[in-house]
Design a protein around this ligand. Structure first.
Ligand code: AMP
Length: 365
């Protein structure tokens, strides 16, 4: 039996543990907080992500180590990799942690991105505004997620305020894309290099945070799925990738622009637990453990709604068949993901009608 070590004990770690239990893979997690979501379902080492004693303990307890968030210190990932197999490769963390490196990588492998310019000073920002134009978004290169570390700009006025608002740290100025919608492609690549891709998912964000995902994305033009898979495959090969990779995309006309990638299981793939033949969590574990990947086809039309900052009680949610409530056991805080609901149905109209009920309830904060 393979023992998998997971750096991070959040909800993604928790769902990896649960998937592992169903296929005979035992997991152990490392997280600085003693009451992490994953600690409710698996043995947990409590320690900082750069605590070498804790990292060595994780390596000793596992045959292979993975991560459930992309801001794992790269030095820690490399420290682990000297002791145990680590997938995805630590290099993928380096790209995912820095928006500038990430965009450079996307461009290198032929993935189009929104116009952007690097910004290291207030003067750079003024110059970047001339090149990138408006509307645009100033984003910190590092440690931005769920819309954090971002300032929207509509004119050159207030560039000083914007620069101060991001903390005067290395950033990029990026053109705001008038996208038709947001999509994501999730794929898995095994140790043998074989790959499997899920259908494109449509995502709706609010305040920079994922609100709902619908799978499959409706009305995907011919060739778009294949194009997204081709891009993901090129990226995976470039990174010698093993595991699940998610790429967030903007659809504009018949073009796809890459926004960012996540070298891990992803929120826009939670629907796969009930809505796909093999979940993203199982396929991630299968990939890193050297097992054959499971089929990624849909078992039903699916939609997922996040609980953000507020968690409705069960009695307020629809209780019909096909409604699956997941709670992470976290304390409520504004903007925090506390759980999600996945709705599955063989009938698209039924799916959207139940989805509407769930969204209305989840939005009641
Ligand atoms: P990010 O943290 O870069 O994923 O941004 C969070 C969300 O903000 C995205 O999912 C989009 O909804 C929005 N956003 C980010 N960058 C852009 C952009 N260049 N153009 C339009 N919307 C964007």
């Amino acid at each position: 039996m393979t023992r998998v070590g997971i750096v991070g004990g959040g909800q993604l770690g928790m769902m990896l543990v649960e998937a592992g239990a169903r296929i005979g893979i035992e997991c152990v997690t490392l997280d600085p907080t003693p009451d992490s979501p994953a600690s409710r379902v698996a043995p947990a080492i409590v320690g900082a992500y750069d605590d070498r004693t804790a990292l060595a303990e994780l390596a000793a307890a596992a045959d292979v180590v993975t991560y459930e968030f992309e801001n794992v210190p790269v030095a820690s990932a490399r420290f682990l990799a000297e002791r145990v197999d680590v997938f995805p490769p630590p290099e993928s963390l380096e790209f995912a942690q820095d928006r500038l490196l990430e965009k450079t990588l996307f461009t290198e492998v032929g993935l189009a991105v929104a116009p952007y310019a690097p910004v290291s000073s207030k003067e750079d920002l003024d110059e970047a505004m001339d090149v990138v134009g408006f509307p645009s978004i100033l984003k910190t290169r590092r440690l931005g997620y769920d819309g954090k570390g971002q300032v929207r700009l509509t004119s050159p006025d207030g560039s000083g305020d914007a620069w101060r608002a991001v903390g005067e740290v290395p950033s990029i100025l990026e053109a705001r894309v008038p996208f038709d919608r947001e999509l994501s492609i999730l794929g898995a690549r095994g140790r043998d290099g074989l790959t499997a891709f899920y259908p494109l998912v449509e995502n709706v964000h609010r305040d920079g945070i994922l609100r709902t995902s619908t799978a499959p994305a409706g009305g995907v033009p011919t060739g778009l799925q294949a194009a997204a898979e081709r891009h993901a495959l090129t990226l995976m090969k470039r990174l010698a990738y093993v595991g699940v990779l998610a790429i967030e995309l903007f659809e504009t006309g018949d073009e796809l622009l890459a926004n960012e990638m996540a070298p891990r299981v992803h929120n826009s793939g939670h629907w796969t637990i009930e809505g796909a033949v093999t979940s993203q969590f199982e396929n991630h574990l299968r990939a890193i453990s050297g097992l054959e990947l499971g089929p990624t086809g849909l078992s039903a039309y699916s939609a997922m709604v996040n609980f953000i900052g507020w968690e409705p009680p069960d009695r307020l949610l629809p209780s019909g068949p096909g409604v699956h409530v997941h709670r992470y056991g976290k304390h409520a805080r504004p903007g925090r993901k506390l759980g999600h609901v996945t709705v599955v149905s063989d009938d698209r109209d039924t799916l959207f009608s139940v989805l509407q009920d769930v969204t209305r309830t989840a939005d009641k904060d």
